[in-house]
Design a protein around this ligand. Structure first.
Ligand code: SF4
Length: 441
C-alpha cells in the first residue's frame, strides 16, 4: 500500500474517554501511540468558551456534538422478523462525535457499579436459589468483581476530579457512614473534591426521602465543585451551575472530559500522535488470521492508507466497536436465533425513565443546574432490598435532580392541558419553568 505510515506500537481507534485514558497509560509506559478520530479536533477555548457553551439551539436542539445522520445512519428493528428501517431521530441515543466523543457532551454522572451489578448471576443464585433466574434471562457475571475494579475507579476519579460526599462518604474500606451512599461498595478513600451543593428541589427531595426512612446522598459528579489539580497535573475550575451541561461542552474547565482532564498532558508527549478526520475502515490481520498487524484508514479527502501497529485498541462507541470487529473478521457474530457468538450480544443502552411533578407556587430556580446535580436513594437499587417475593431481580436508583434549566427544552415540559399558543401559553411557561421538578430512575 503506497500510503503507509511509520509503524506504531499501538493504534487507538476513537479518541473519547476510553481512547484517551488508554493512550495516556500507554504513552506513559513509553509506547509509541497513534490515535485515530473520525471527527474534528475539539477544544474548550475554541469550541465552547463561556459565551458559546450555553447556545441551546446549537448544542441541545440541533445536537451539534452528536454523530451527524448525514454522515452515518443506522437501521433498527425490534426483532429479526422485521425489516430494518433507517433511524431518523437519535432520541435517547447520544453517539459522540469529534475528539472527546461522548465524554465531551455527557452529563457527568460518575457512577461506580455496585458490587452486585458485577456478579448478578452468582449473587442472585446465592441469595434466592438458581430457580430465581428465568431460563430465557441472559444473565451472567462480568469477568471482574468490584474489588478488582476499585483501584481503577479510584484512579479515574483522581483524573476526573469527581465530586462526592467527602468525609461522610458512604463506605470507606467497609465502614459505612450516613450521608453518603451506604449501599456502595467499599472505597479505598474519599472522592477528590467535595460534593456539589443542593438546589431547592434537591433539598426538598433529600428531606422528604430522609423522613420516609431512606438514605439520600448527593450523586458523584463530573461537574466538579472546587478548583482541583488532577492526577496528571492539570488544573480544573469549579462548576458555576450554569445549567447548560449535558449535550454541551463546558467553558469553565469544570466538567470531567478528555479535553479538560487528559489531552493537555497527552498532547505534550512526543510518543503520541492524533490523526483527526480520519476514519478506520477495519483492522488488518496477519497471514495466520489470528492476530492483527494494523488498521486501514481513510482520510476526509477519501485517501486510503495503512497504519502498522503491534496492538490495535477499538475504543470508539460500543456499536462502532462491534461494527469494526465484524468488518475486520474478528470474533463470532452473535446470532439471536441460536444464541451463539459474542460480538454484538446483549447490547444495551440507558434504560432510564423519569417523571415530572408540579409544585404549586414553588420557586425551583432551574437556571441553577448541572448535568450531574442530584440527590439519589439507592434503597431500591440492585439487590439492596429483598426480592424473595418479587418476580424480578435488580432495581434502580431514584433521583431528584436539577439537570438543566434550558429555556427551549423546558417549554416542552408544561403541565398537561397547558395552552400551546398565545398569552396563556406564555404564562404557563413562566409558571411551569419554576414549578416543575423531575425524578429520574
Ligand atoms: S453545569 Fe458546571 S460542569 Fe456543567 S457546563 Fe456548566 S459550569 Fe460546566
Amino acid at each position: 500500500m503506497s500510503n503507509q505510515r511509520p509503524k506504531a506500537d499501538v493504534a487507538i481507534v476513537g479518541l473519547g474517554w476510553a481512547g484517551s485514558v488508554m493512550a495516556e497509560e500507554l504513552t506513559r509506559a513509553g509506547l509509541n501511540v497513534v490515535a485515530f478520530e473520525r471527527g474534528k479536533w475539539r477544544d474548550t477555548s475554541i469550541d465552547f468558551p463561556p459565551a458559546i457553551d450555553p447556545d441551546e439551539l446549537r448544542w441541545h436542539t440541533c445536537r451539534k456534538m452528536l454523530q451527524p445522520m448525514s454522515v452515518e445512519t443506522m437501521t433498527f428493528r425490534n426483532n429479526s422478523g422485521e425489516t430494518a428501517a433507517p433511524v431518523r431521530n437519535w432520541s435517547a441515543f447520544q453517539f459522540g462525535w469529534d475528539v472527546g466523543g461522548a465524554g465531551t457532551h455527557w452529563a457527568g454522572m460518575s457512577w461506580r457499579f455496585l458490587p452486585w451489578d458485577l456478579e448478578a448471576a452468582t449473587k442472585t443464585k446465592e441469595r434466592y436459589g438458581a430457580g430465581k433466574i428465568d431460563a430465557d434471562l441472559m444473565l451472567q457475571d462480568w469477568c471482574l468483581t468490584y474489588a478488582d475494579m476499585e483501584p481503577y475507579y479510584d484512579r479515574f476519579e483522581r483524573i476526573a476530579g469527581t465530586s462526592g460526599t467527602v468525609g461522610t462518604v458512604g463506605n470507606i474500606k467497609g465502614q459505612t457512614f450516613e450521608g453518603g451512599n451506604v449501599f456502595e461498595g467499599p472505597r479505598s478513600r474519599d472522592y477528590p473534591t467535595l460534593e456539589l451543593k443542593d438546589t431547592n428541589w434537591m433539598h426538598m427531595y433529600r428531606e422528604t426521602t430522609e423522613k420516609m426512612g431512606y438514605h439520600p446522598f448527593t450523586i458523584p459528579a463530573g461537574n466538579i465543585s472546587q478548583a482541583y489539580v488532577n492526577a496528571l497535573g492539570i488544573t480544573m475550575g469549579p462548576c458555576t451551575y450554569c445549567g447548560f451541561c449535558d449535550f454541551h461542552g463546558c467553558g469553565n474547565f469544570s466538567k470531567s472530559s478528555p479535553q479538560v482532564c487528559i489531552l493537555p498532558a497527552l498532547m505534550r508527549r512526543k510518543n503520541f500522535t492524533v490523526m483527526t478526520e480520519t476514519e478506520i475502515l477495519h483492522a488488518v490481520k496477519h497471514e495466520d488470521g489470528k492476530t492483527v498487524k494494523g488498521v486501514k484508514f481513510a482520510t476526509s479527502d477519501g485517501e486510503e492508507g495503512f497504519q502498522p501497529a503491534d496492538i490495535v485498541c477499538f475504543t470508539a462507541y460500543q456499536m462502532d466497536n462491534v461494527r469494526l470487529m465484524l468488518l475486520s473478521g474478528i470474533g463470532e457474530q452473535y446470532d439471536p436465533e441460536s444464541g451463539k457468538g459474542t460480538i454484538g450480544r446483549n447490547y444495551c443502552y440507558q434504560t432510564c425513565s423519569s417523571v415530572t411533578g408540579f409544585f404549586d407556587g414553588a420557586k425551583m430556580n432551574p437556571f441553577i443546574g448541572g448535568g450531574a446535580l442530584g440527590v439519589q436513594i439507592d434503597d431500591h437499587n440492585s439487590d439492596n432490598f429483598d426480592h424473595a417475593d418479587l418476580d424480578f431481580i435488580g432495581g434502580a436508583g431514584i433521583m431528584g435532580y436539577s439537570i438543566n434549566g434550558r429555556p427551549i427544552q423546558n417549554m416542552n415540559g408544561l403541565r398537561p392541558g397547558a395552552k400551546r399558543w398565545g398569552s396563556e401559553s406564555k404564562a404557563a411557561c413562566a409558571r411551569d419553568y419554576q414549578e416543575a421538578a423531575a425524578i429520574f430512575c
